[in-house]
Design a protein around this ligand. Structure first.
Ligand SMILES: CC(C)(COP(=O)(O)OP(=O)(O)OC[C@H]1O[C@@H](n2cnc3c(N)ncnc32)[C@H](O)[C@@H]1OP(=O)(O)O)[C@@H](O)C(=O)NCCC(=O)NCCS
Length: 184
């Protein structure tokens, strides 16, 4: 199983999570903007964030895929997470590409930059034929990232981890991605 690699993009380092990411990650999860976008309950705790962090790190151990901690290359600042994800449920569409940034780092293109590297990792390193992004309709910033990366809305589905509303499953297949990459 490949361990989580450290990768670089123009402005970001994508690196494995560390225990000391807990507090910056909790600060992001506790922000009003992220709570609203992800419907995080107001009483979501630091300990629950630890559960998320260890689960994200553990996915690499179990499946050889997962999300990265994102650091700004210039400052070393922890700005969020992005990468691949999977859940063991029949309703889950397959390997997903996802992103979450500190609101202080919104509007800089970091999610698109990390998302593009994650998509490349999914097709080239993991050998996936299709990638997905699972987004609640109305999360316009996330929809815009998916669209910029070439994903298109495919179908709406109620997923077990969020039964109160349907998510939209966005899709990008390898052939479409190859064409986009070759067009430059
Ligand atoms: C979804 C989320 C990651 C998107 O963040 P974002 O900053 O809007 O997206 P990007 O990092 O791709 O930045 C795009 C913006 O940066 C601008 N930008 C500036 N420099 C740029 C560059 N070099 N390259 C690309 N875009 C750039 C773009 O024009 C765009 O601006 P706009 O917001 O005015 O349209 C963020 O809103 C978030 O963390 N939301 C909460 C968590 C969440 O909902 N996750 C998704 C669950 S499905």
């Amino acid at each position: 199983m490949p361990a989580c690699p450290t990768l670089t993009t123009e402005r970001l380092t994508l690196r494995p999570f560390r225990a000391e990411d807990l507090d910056p990650l909790f600060a992001i999860m506790a922000s009003d903007e992220v709570r609203a976008a992800l419907h995080v309950p107001d009483d979501f705790t630091r300990t629950q964030t630890w559960g998320s962090l260890t689960s994200l790190a553990g996915l690499w151990e179990l499946l050889g895929l997962g999300q990265w901690a994102l650091e700004e290359r210039g400052s070393g600042r922890f700005v969020g997470r992005a990468g691949l994800y999977w859940r063991p449920e029949p309703e889950w569409p397959g390997v997903e590409v996802g992103w979450m940034l500190d609101p202080g780092a919104w509007g800089l293109g970091y999610a698109t930059e990390a998302g593009a590297r994650s998509v490349r990792y999914g097709f080239e390193e993991l050998g996936e034929d299709v990638l997905h992004s699972v987004i609640l309709p109305g999360n316009t910033r996330s929809e815009a990232v998916a669209a910029r990366l070439g994903f298109t809305p495919w179908e709406e589905r109620v997923l077990p981890h969020f039964p109160s509303a349907a998510h939209c499953i966005w899709r990008l297949d390898r052939g479409t991605w190859d064409e986009r990459v070759n067009e430059g």
